[in-house]
Design a binder for this molecule. Structure first.
Ligand SMILES: Cc1ncc(COP(=O)(O)O)c(C=O)c1O
Length: 360
């Protein structure tokens, strides 16, 4: 079997060029006689890999000098604890709960201090983003937390919340590098890379320097302290070397495509093809209010479980894989990250049109 169109929500499709380059360098990385998997994280070669990766990410996102870039492990989920442990100076934080991931982050923060749910869209199965223009932000809040793109439900903050001067902390796991971003609007931007950037095992944390403190919550593990990682330039211990190497290649691939403006244009084009089809379809229907639709994750349903299952089975057989929706939503979900080519979405829509005719 050749390559399929992989609509997985994560780990997800990577650019073919990147995979080919990695394959070519597998046995002998740039004449050093070994794979990147086999080399010391203290070697000259790896030093160049991680420094270039950081610089390319800084270039792509236009990250100001007063922000640190950390390449860590533990996935996005470990940040659910690291964030309150490092940032809850007053012991208070406000959470906007727009899906399972934000909810998990909120629940974890409750273990460490007073986490307040200041807004939620749980009343309508997280199918929209609540109005966040005038929330009751706590005067003592150390930060306001959002999950910017909700992978499971397919919603995205099109406008950042008014945090009333408090630092904004955002989980961008499923929209990382999908469009330009103004880093200065955030205190912390973080995400697991396994959706839009690289293989599972790396989480990137971009954090404003004044939020990196020594006097973190008592009991915070050394490894979870941002200061430990920042002081050591992500090399306090062995980092996820191979994952960082692939991320670095993806950064270069995005640069070659024209950077984040080009990504946005491409992603809007892809999402439009799918949403336009859903909006006129008599069989399939999107599950999210139009104005909050994600460019990355597109959930849809037929309204009939058996028909959903039939569609998923036939789509899989035709080479469109991982279209099953999250178990809490049901139906289907097409994740169309940066590396999904436009023709992947065009062909999926052609397939859906054909399926609709056959099952009218
Ligand atoms: C938005 C978001 N946050 C957090 C996670 C959890 O990431 P991890 O598995 O890296 O802990 C995911 C997905 O898997 C996600 O989509």
């Amino acid at each position: 079997m050749g390559r399929v169109y992989n609509f997985s929500a994560g780990p997800a499709v990577l650019p073919e060029e990147v995979l080919q380059e990695a394959a070519a360098e597998m046995m002998d990385y740039k004449g050093c006689g070994m794979s990147v998997m086999e080399m010391s994280h203290r070697s000259k070669e790896f030093d160049t890999i991680i420094k270039e990766a950081e610089q390319d990410l800084r270039d792509l996102m236009n990250i100001p000098d007063n922000y640190k870039v950390l390449f860590l492990q533990g996935g996005a989920s470990q940040q659910f604890s690291a964030i309150p442990m490092n940032l809850m100076k007053n012991g208070v934080a406000d959470y906007i709960v727009t899906g399972q991931w934000a909810k998990k982050a909120y629940q974890e923060a409750c273990r460490y201090g007073k986490a307040v749910k200041v807004a939620s869209s749980e009343d309508k199965t997280f199918s929209y983003i609540p109005d966040c223009s005038d929330l009751p932000i706590d005067e003592d809040a150390d930060y306001v937390y959002i999950c910017e793109n909700n992978t499971i439900y397919g919603t995205k903050f099109k406008k950042l919340p008014n945090t009333k001067g408090k630092p904004l902390v955002a989980d961008v796991s499923s929209c990382f590098l999908s469009e330009p971003v103004d880093v200065t609007k955030y205190g912390v931007i973080y995400g697991g890379v396994q959706k839009n950037i690289g293989p599972a095992g790396v989480v990137i944390v971009i954090i404003r320097e004044d939020l990196i403190r020594d006097d973190v919550m008592e009991g915070t593990p050394t490894m979870l302290k941002y200061k430990t990682q920042a002081d050591a330039d992500s090399l306090y211990n062995t980092p996820p070397c191979y994952g960082i190497y692939i991320c670095g290649k993806v950064f270069k691939w995005i640069k070659k495509q024209g950077g984040l403006e080009a990504m946005k244009e491409r992603n809007e084009k892809k999402a439009k093809i799918l949403y336009d089809f859903l909006d006129q379809s008599k069989l399939f229907k999107g599950t999210v209010v139009k104005e909050d639709r994600s460019l990355m994750n597109v959930p849809f349903v037929t309204g009939d479980k058996d028909m959903d299952a039939k569609f998923i089975a036939e789509a899989t057989a035709a080479g469109f894989v991982n279209l099953k929706g999250h178990r809490t939503v049901g139906g289907m979900r097409a994740s169309i990250y940066n590396a999904m080519p436009i023709e992947g979405v065009q062909k999926l829509v052609e397939f859906m049109e054909k399926f609709e005719k056959e099952n009218a």
